[in-house]
Ligand binder design. Structure first.
Ligand SMILES: Cc1cc2nc3c(=O)[nH]c(=O)nc-3n(C[C@H](O)[C@H](O)[C@H](O)COP(=O)(O)OP(=O)(O)OC[C@H]3O[C@@H](n4cnc5c(N)ncnc54)[C@H](O)[C@@H]3O)c2cc1C
Length: 385
């Protein structure tokens, strides 16, 4: 859940979603490596374009090591003055709805997103307002009094106002990825569970990739959507570009006599300008979820133990007791460590290998990529057809 970076750059400064003309023909073989939000949705949309798609993942769609493997993720349009991501979210939201209807399975929960603002001017929100009007997805401005009346569980003493985005909410994460994967299989995709190593490059092409089961795969296009692993897989190209940090989320138990009060709260984001705590109270009955967007320590997504840092947990508890006083002393019922796959400026990365025209990278979700999955998948598939 990155709330900071996408607001700090101009889209033109380093927007690597610049697509050039590598075109494939129907029936060409495409291999996607990584079945997370980026690779999973891309493989589905590439398949729907008529390509012969094979998806490979080391541990499976929505696995616990992946960024997409948590229970839930926030979906919200707000990106300050960055219209590109606002629009991408609008498209993604519409595709989430379209696909869940097609599958008859609810993945998007329209509980709204509540933004806690400390100052009168909060560019992160204010600069998105023109886009909300353009798309007829306007936010509601709530004074502290109105906020207290609507959401009595929230402490409003230090807030100037709040905005409620009634169009956002949360998505099931791990379950969505498994659903996308099942759709990919039932629509005719091939899947292999194996760890991939890039093959050698000759005459501007990668001739094959190597799988941990000993197989080699040849392909017209290799799309590496390996999340936090991208930097290590291509150290010479992405080693300094994608860094992986340890991010923690905690699920707290709500009071037994008013659990419904908390479950019905919108997703929320605290715009304090430093920690950016956020949460998903409903969280599919797994507990009142809170996370912190501030970057954690550098992390190894394959071998790192997923153990909570006591200081990060203690600070999260303090915050929750402050913002939701009724949760003072709430027990921790679950927690999770998830990797952020950070790009230098929070922009997504979609670019070709400088020495192999048939190798493309898709990544850099940087704590805000999950919700965009279907829109990115569509964009990727369109760019090759
Ligand atoms: C704590 C936390 C909170 C977040 N909150 C939000 C939020 O609220 N809203 C939002 O939109 N986004 C959020 N994000 C960001 C979002 O989850 C990620 O941007 C998104 O899930 C990234 O998807 P991905 O497919 O790039 O990576 P991943 O989900 O990590 O998928 C990569 C896949 O590649 C596979 N793989 C890697 N290397 C290999 C290999 N060599 N061979 C084979 N397979 C390989 C892995 O097994 C994995 O399945 C959050 C992230 C975290 C960590």
């Amino acid at each position: 859940m990155n709330t900071t970076n996408p607001n700090t750059f101009a889209p033109e400064s380093r927007n690597l979603l610049g697509i050039n003309g590598f075109k494939l023909s129907k029936g060409n073989k495409v291999t996607v490596i990584g079945a997370g939000a980026f690779g999973g949705w891309s493989s589905l949309y590439l398949l729907r374009k008529g390509f012969d798609v094979t998806l490979v993942d080391a541990w499976g769609a929505g696995n616990s090591r992946s960024s997409s493997g948590d229970e839930t993720r926030v979906i919200r349009s707000t990106y300050g003055g960055n219209e590109f991501y606002f629009d991408l979210n609008v498209r993604a939201l519409s595709l989430w709805k379209e696909n869940q209807e097609r599958w008859n399975k609810q993945l998007f929960f329209n509980v709204g997103v509540l933004w806690f603002c400390y100052e009168r001017d909060t560019p992160q929100l204010d600069d998105s307002i023109p886009f909300t009007k353009k798309h007829k997805q306007e936010y509601e401005y709530l004074s502290p009094d109105e906020l207290s009346k609507r959401f009595p569980a929230v402490h409003t003493g230090d807030l100037h106002h709040a905005y409620l985005d009634p169009f956002g909410g949360y998505l099931k994460a791990r379950e969505s990825m498994q659903q996308v994967h099942n759709a990919f299989l039932s629509e005719g995709g091939n899947y292999i569970q194996a760890y991939v190593r890039p093959g050698s490059t000759e005459s501007d092409r990668m001739s094959f990739i190597e799988l941990s089961n000993g197989e080699q795969i040849k392909s017209d296009l290799f799309l590496f959507a390996c999340g936090s692993w991208l930097g290590k897989l291509f150290p010479e190209v992405l080693g300094d570009v994608i860094t992986c940090t340890k991010q923690e989320v905690y699920y707290f138990g709500t009071p037994k006599h008013e659990s419904e009060l908390y479950d019905k709260l919108p997703a929320w984001i605290d715009v304090d300008g430093k920690d950016f705590y956020y949460g998903i109270p409903g969280n599919q009955q797994r507990g009142f979820k809170i996370g912190v967007d501030k970057r954690g320590e550098i992390f190894d997504p394959t071998d790192g133990d997923r153990i909570a840092n006591p200081n990060v947990l203690s600070n999260a508890k303090k915050f929750i007791e402050h913002r939701f006083p009724g949760l003072r002393g709430a027990p921790l019922v679950e927690n999770r460590v998830c990797p952020y796959e950070n790009s230098p400026d929070g922009n997504f990365i979609f670019q070709s290998h400088p020495e192999a025209a048939n190798v493309w990278f898709l990544g850099g979700g940087s704590g805000h990529g999950f919700k965009h999955g279907p829109a990115l998948g569509e964009l990727v598939a369109n760019s090759f057809s």
